[in-house]
Design a binder for this molecule. Structure first.
Ligand SMILES: Cc1ncc(COP(=O)(O)O)c(C=O)c1O
Length: 382
């Protein structure tokens, strides 16, 4: 049987050269002693974890960060064995044994997690690298200030027993993307006092950290020993209030492209796509783009999402369906197979993920992260 050729329908191009440039830009924003953890959770925000991790390390990242232990173990399984990898979203029963064997830095936010990690260390005979997470005000994961002394004391006891090594103390900001939000200074104050308590009790962490992308870019007082940028590494501004990616010196890494599958002439008054929410005003041409919500194109962008076809930015006509949507080409007749660019760097006049975030009432993080597995990733600049 002959081999099936790669799909022409759609692809997400991942520009690893842009990713490396973004890592260098971020590195230049922090003092030389500050370490950079490349956050590659959620398959590197949809860009492909292993390739992005390698590119980030090439460009000077020192650590890798994931949410789940399975994501972190996958990096180790891919052969990334010589850099520290931290993962922070643990659920009871998760693979602590494998985490210890793989030398992961494992976040602990409460007593149940410390108990599981201690048991795993006893079982495996290893020493678990543990980072204690403080809830300094985000109100999500992390240990409350009132519970911190108990967690610190128990962690130090486990350290004295040779079961764990407390390698880090860390937290996460709620509003770093809103410049001057009062919670930023409040969280930093709480973080400093929780660090102070732990260090006075005897914890000697390798790293203390709280900064995500917006804090890396705008809050040097939040850099401590390490920063954890995610979205900025993928060339996307953390929020419009901080500026566009170009204004921040970042280059978008992902471009989402499809091939127009059909161009046809239709008369005035023709309904388009499910529900007929778009009806042609005059005789026109319609272009069918074979990407839909199964590929991560938000249905919420129906009637609003921008797409570059044949040198002109068009708007999605009617509803986004599971596998396809339609654009009104206003009488233009590009050939079937013409490229349709949903988003990219913007350099060629195409929309950006930030434009799509506006069109879909969401954040650009979600636009890139939700691009589905059915869309092949094509790597440039490896
Ligand atoms: C704990 C933690 N650190 C760092 C990041 C990276 O954040 P950003 O993508 O805003 O840089 C995230 C992402 O949400 C996170 O959950």
């Amino acid at each position: 049987m002959t081999e099936t050729p790669p799909p022409r329908r759609a692809r997400a191009e991942i520009d690893l050269g842009a990713l490396r440039a973004n890592v260098r830009t971020l590195r230049a924003r922090v003092a030389p002693h500050v370490r950079v953890m490349a956050v590659v959770k959620a398959d590197a925000y949809g860009h492909g974890a292993v390739r992005c991790a390698r590119a980030a390390l090439d460009a000077g990242a020192d650590w890798l960060g994931t949410a789940t232990p399975h994501e972190a173990l996958a990096l180790r399984a891919a052969g990334i064995t010589d850099v520290p990898v931290m993962c922070w979203l643990w659920t009871p029963g998760d693979p602590w044994d494998q985490g210890i064997e793989a030398g992961l830095d494992m976040s602990v936010s409460g007593m149940w997690a410390l108990a599981e990690v201690r048991e795993a260390a006893r079982r495996t005979g290893g020493t678990a690298r543990v980072q204690l997470k403080a809830d300094t005000g985000l109100g999500r994961n992390g240990c409350q200030p009132a519970d911190w002394p108990e967690l610190v004391e128990a962690a130090l006891k486990a350290e004295a027993d040779g079961l764990v090594k407390v390698t880090g103390l860390w937290s996460h900001l709620a509003c770093a993307d809103e410049p001057h939000h009062p919670s930023i200074a409040a969280q930093l104050d709480v973080f400093r006092s929780m660090l102070d308590h732990a260090e006075r009790a005897g914890v000697r962490p390798e790293v203390r950290h709280i900064a995500n992308s917006p804090a890396t870019l705008t809050l040097p007082e939040a850099h401590f020993d390490l920063v954890r940028p995610g979205i900025a590494m993928y060339g996307i501004s953390p929020s419009p209030e901080l500026g566009t990616s170009a204004e921040l010196g970042l280059k978008p890494v992902m471009s989402l492209k499809g091939s127009v599958a059909l161009v046809k002439r239709v008369p005035a008054g023709h309904g388009v796509s499910y529900g007929h929410h778009y009806v042609t005003e005059a005789e026109t041409t319609l272009g069918l783009v074979p990407l839909g919500y199964a590929d991560g194109v938000p249905r919420h962008a129906s009637g609003r999402g921008p797409v570059l076809v044949g040198g002109t930015v068009r708007t999605i006509a009617g509803r986004v369906a599971m596998d396809q949507f339609v654009v009104d080409l206003g009488g233009d007749e590009p050939e079937a197979g013409t490229e349709a660019v949903l988003f990219g760097s913007g350099d060629g006049g195409e929309p950006t993920a930030e434009d799509w975030a506006v069109a879909a009432d969401t954040i650009a993080y979600e636009i890139v992260t939700r691009i589905g597995a059915r869309v092949p990733r094509v790597y440039l600049g490896e």
